[in-house]
Design a protein around this ligand. Structure first.
Ligand SMILES: [Ca+2]
Length: 392
């Protein structure tokens, strides 16, 4: 195991050399737009939320200075648009009706003064692993086309982060596999479980799509959400961690506070941009800040941004750029290890660490207790550092 970890670190350093060099060199100079990491963010974001973690997480795509967000692909699934949804695992979910997160994407474009392109993927699962979704309504093919257009237009390879189903990405691959082989730096797939005993949500959203990707030759890093204990359990290879509350929202840029309040309060104000221009109603923080919050996304952003999770000499945890790692800091494990992958027709997969070349890698965080304790301090501090580019 130790040997594998060492190899993993070496490979990781080589594979991410470009990103690391960029952030290190930009520590002494203003980051230039072309030096940032080109990213497509695929998310099953909704409004009103289905999992508010998606609304919370998209902030990182806009705010991290290392990230050049080229496109947001919304990945709704038809069943969750209903008032009461029944998931593939049979569980029932209220809080609807809802639609894909067009409103939160527009809000973040507004708050960060950006015009990040966005599109919507098919509402229904692929019919087989080779499905190109050409029979989906044209409106729902826009997300697939936007992935392909973004890759074609990019002079450099692009990192693709997937936080929902793999549907839109698999359909894009089925339409133009050579383009994805040529232009994708790596797919960071937040999905699955470290055990076949638990079939995870994002896999169940579209089994054929996961099968398609995990039988491809594309460079894919897998960040399992769950373990044999379910989606809210822990081991060294899954990403889940829990924030005990959201009190740190009180420390955020006021504009981000308004964005989050709109999401967490399931606001139905139709003036969804103007609603961000004025202060929050009394009692907003008291309602939303005591909430527990489940997180699966942080590991991907640390990896793609090239940042490090560190504990300094006084025991304080931070997520910092490589150039900001101090001599007394200990860098905590957040790495990708080469692995082989075997996927069943139903989307369940297993992985095995390997010392051979592989297009697949698996997330590894080592001691999950240490990881969670560090992130509980470091992520709030990171979010408190984010600033919107406009002040309304
Ligand atoms: Ca999600």
């Amino acid at each position: 195991m130790k040997r594998s970890v060492d190899i993993g670190l070496t490979r990781r350093a080589a594979l991410l050399g470009a990103a690391v060099a960029v952030t290190a060199s930009s520590a002494s100079a203003a980051p230039a737009a072309h030096r940032r990491v080109a990213v497509i963010d695929i998310t099953d974001l909704y409004h009103p939320y289905q999992d508010p973690g998606d609304n919370f997480d998209l902030i990182a795509a806009y705010a991290l200075p290392e990230i050049d967000l080229r496109a947001v692909i919304l990945d709704p699934t038809e069943g969750f648009r209903a008032e009461l949804a029944t998931a593939a695992d049979g569980s029932e979910h209220g809080g609807g009706p809802r639609d894909a997160g067009i409103i939160p994407v527009m809000q973040l474009n507004y708050l960060f003064d950006r015009n990040v392109a966005w599109g919507i993927g098919p509402f229904l699962a692929l019919k087989n692993p080779a499905d190109k979704a050409l029979d989906a309504p044209a409106f729902q093919q826009n997300g697939i086309e936007l992935i392909l257009e973004t890759l074609r237009a990019s002079p450099e390879r692009v990192q693709i982060l997937s936080f929902g189903s793999a549907r839109t990405l698999a359909a894009a691959y089925n339409r133009d596999p050579a383009l994805l082989r040529d232009k994708v730096e790596r797919i960071h797939l937040s999905a699955g479980s470290t055990s076949l005993e638990f079939m995870e949500w994002n896999v169940l959203l579209d089994r054929h799509a996961i099968v398609r990707l995990l039988r491809s030759e594309l460079p894919i890093a897998i960040y399992p959400c769950g373990t044999k204990g379910g989606a809210f359990s822990y081991d060294e290879h899954n990403t889940f961690w829990r924030l005990p509350d959201l009190q740190f929202i009180r420390r955020l840029d006021p504009l981000l506070q308004r964005y989050l309040a709109y999401a967490f309060e399931r606001s139905n104000r139709s003036d969804f941009l103007h609603a961000l221009d004025s202060g929050l109603p009394a009692g907003t923080f008291d309602r939303i800040c005591p909430r527990e919050h489940a997180v699966w996304e942080t590991a991907l952003w640390i990896e793609v941004s090239g940042r490090r999770l560190v504990r300094n000499a006084t025991g304080v945890h931070r997520i910092v750029a490589p150039g900001e790692v101090g001599s007394g800091d200990r860098v905590l494990t957040n790495e990708l290890l080469p692995c082989t992958v075997t996927v069943r027709d139903d989307g369940g997969f297993t992985f095995a660490l390997t010392e051979r070349e592989s297009n697949f890698s698996i997330y590894h965080r080592g001691d999950w207790r240490e990881n969670e304790a560090a992130l509980r301090e470091a992520l709030p501090t990171l979010y408190a550092s984010f600033r919107c580019r406009t002040k309304a």
